[in-house]
Design a protein around this ligand. Structure first.
Ligand code: FES
Length: 234
């Protein structure tokens, strides 16, 4: 994501009381959204991954100072945030281009030319998989199965499916990304598709109780049938 496309980080007010966490990097808007997310969970630390996505949406990747802010907001150590972030493929602790292009080389794609496509991508972009082009626009990565095995070789851009690609269509895709022709469909790296949640983790307790009762009744019915069948065979 270009720097101009992101909100300028604004230093959040330093806490005046002992309870307010110190946040220095995340923008005021991001911190507001972070606090809304934290309020959805019984424990603040449960919002750690959503907050990582928020920070990644702001900066395009998880900067160390953003991870320190997240740690302060949810009450864990920066090392715990880093440990969580490095576990998940969608979270990046190093700079990523505006577009993260993922080429699947798992078995279904491999059998349909994924390796050749990846080699073409490396050559045409002038980078090895895992690297970013000199203009900072595209990061190329080799991916494991992207769960679209009937359209191979599968490619994603910023975690959006762009369908099976040939060398020619890949070059056209890259040209579109560079010109901004697909920016409506594929926003900058870090922007999630999901609708932002504004309500808490609430369940309809009456409905859950009714479903559990129905399940117990069904189990009892099957047990009774099995017992009757066993008695009839004796
Ligand atoms: S093997 Fe490539 S998407 Fe599943």
């Amino acid at each position: 994501m270009s720097d101009t496309a992101r909100p300028t980080p604004v230093a959040a007010p330093r806490p005046t009381g002992a309870a307010a966490p110190a946040v220095a990097h995340l923008s005021a808007e991001t911190v507001t959204r972070a606090r809304e997310l934290i309020a959805l969970y019984p424990e603040p630390r449960s919002a750690l991954i959503p907050l990582c996505h928020l920070a990644q949406e702001q900066d395009g990747w998880l900067r160390p100072e953003a991870m320190e802010d997240i740690a302060a907001l949810v009450g864990v150590t920066p090392a715990e945030v880093y440990g969580t972030a490095t576990f998940y493929d969608m979270l990046h602790t190093e700079p990523v281009g505006r577009y993260l292009v993922s080429v699947c080389t798992n078995i279904a794609c491999l059998l349909n030319g994924a390796q050749e496509l990846l080699e073409h991508a490396e050559e045409s972009l002038g980078v090895n998989a895992g690297s970013t082009t000199a203009d900072g626009v595209i990061t190329l990565e080799e991916a494991e199965c992207l769960a679209d095995c009937d359209r191979t070789p599968c490619v994603q851009v910023n975690h959006r499916y762009v369908g099976a690609q040939t060398a020619e269509s890949f070059d056209a895709l890259v040209a579109d990304l560079r010109s901004g022709a697909r920016s409506d469909e594929i926003p900058d790296h870090g922007t999630l598709i999901r609708v932002r949640r504004t309500t808490g983790l609430e369940a309809d307790r009456a409905r859950v109780a009714a479903e559990r009762a129905a399940m117990a009744e069904a189990q009892q019915g099957r047990a009774d049938e099995a017992a009757a069948a066993k008695g009839g065979n004796a």
